[in-house]
Design a protein around this ligand. Structure first.
Ligand code: NDP
Length: 328
């Protein structure tokens, strides 16, 4: 039995407290595969867990971190052997199951995805849940029948993690991308990722009309609330919007008008319990359809001891693109 470095979240008098700490091997939870964690990342949900702003953490003590990449150390699962390179996104990691901000994780083998040869462990976390979710959104729009010829696609929360990867993938696939952002200073950044047009997110933040001017054939929304309601009201007949986030709120003050008068479809995206075959497809698509040069440019690396401070930064909308963390 040994110990390993980890971030620990405990209940506190008011809310929760996150600190750098160590865990004992005996505290690891049930699982048939032990992974040496090499890289992790910071997503919006990690910010919620680290700050305790939302009740994301359902067990104490908890190791936060919803994403990891690393190498299998031990396995009693026939699908995995020591030395295998793996990715894990979601499945309650960092919420109900001890998570990624640790040197070691014991997890269920059927949660793991094999790291594609074309993707390094670091790049897998530069993509992370945010990027893999962006790809799930693109795949959902494609299943609906959307193509670059259908018309423009709007991406909300464009300078964030999901948004930046979504803009990059859509542009590479040939879509005319309209990026909605509250950070005008990031216009050049978004154009460099491939956005053809930038709009101020204020245009989408007022109360939505039942139907509005048709501006796009599709959308990827990581904001929710009035933003999603406006995106729906501005979607062309027969179009579709993939909704994955709530950075602007959990509510959805809309009407049925876009659905029944324009045949617009709202496509819900849940990355956490997404079936493994669908995840593998998403990771294969990321390997082929993401511009890794642009991924590197949108990614900032932080040290393990900087994770906690970055939790509140991502909730304040102060993080641009993606963050990777080298696990010591
Ligand atoms: P980020 O913080 O990186 O990005 C969110 C972006 O949303 C911000 O950068 C900002 O973009 C915009 N934003 C933030 N606050 C507001 C606000 N109050 N009103 C309008 N826009 C706002 O987070 P992620 O990209 O990691 O995650 C985005 C969302 O998607 C989160 O809600 C997250 O929980 C959700 N998510 C859901 C998943 C699922 O499985 N369904 C998986 C992954 C993420 P800008 O500055 O450009 O305006």
């Amino acid at each position: 039995m040994g110990t390993f470095k980890a971030i620990r979240i405990e209940k506190a008098d008011k809310g929760t407290r996150a600190e750098l700490s160590s865990f004992d091997d005996s505290e690891l939870m049930d699982g048939d595969v032990t992974v040496r964690v090499e890289w992790s990342t910071l997503n919006y949900k990690d910010g919620l867990a680290l700050t305790g702003k939302s009740p994301v953490v359902r067990r104490f003590p908890m190791i936060p971190g919803i994403d990891l990449s690393g190498t299998v150390e031990q396995s009693v699962n026939p699908a995995w052997k020591p030395g295998d390179r793996v990715i894990l996104n979601g499945w309650g990691l960092g919420e109900t199951h001890l998570g990624a901000y640790a040197q070691k994780a014991r997890v269920r083998g059927d949660w793991l995805v094999r790291l594609p040869d074309a993707i390094s462990a670091r790049d897998a976390m530069a993509i992370g849940t945010a990027g893999y979710t962006a790809m799930l959104c693109v795949m959902a729009l494609e299943r609906h029948g959307l193509t670059p010829q259908s018309g423009p696609v709007v991406v909300t929360g464009a300078a964030g993690g999901v948004g930046s990867v979504a803009v990059t993938i859509l542009a590479r696939l040939g879509y005319h991308v309209i990026a909605s952002t509250g950070r005008p200073a990031e216009a050049d950044y978004l154009r460099h990722l491939g956005a053809a047009e930038i709009i101020d997110r204020k245009e989408l933040q007022g109360p939505a009309k039942p139907l509005d001017r048709e501006r796009w054939a599709g959308g990827i929304d990581s904001v929710g609330s009035t933003t999603l309601a406006n995106v729906l009201a501005m979607t062309r007949g027969g179009g579709a919007v993939a909704a994955c986030g709530l950075a602007g709120g959990l509510d959805l003050p809309t009407s049925v008008a876009p659905f029944i008068l324009r045949g617009v479809c709202l496509l819900g995206i849940n990355s956490v319990t997404c079936p493994i075959a669908h995840r593998e497809t998403a990771w294969r698509r990321l390997a082929s359809d993401l511009d890794f040069g642009k991924l590197h440019e949108m990614t900032k690396e932080i040290a393990f001891d900087e994770i906690i401070a970055h939790g509140s930064k991502i909730l304040a909308g102060e993080v641009r693109g993606r963050i990777v963390v080298k696990i010591p």
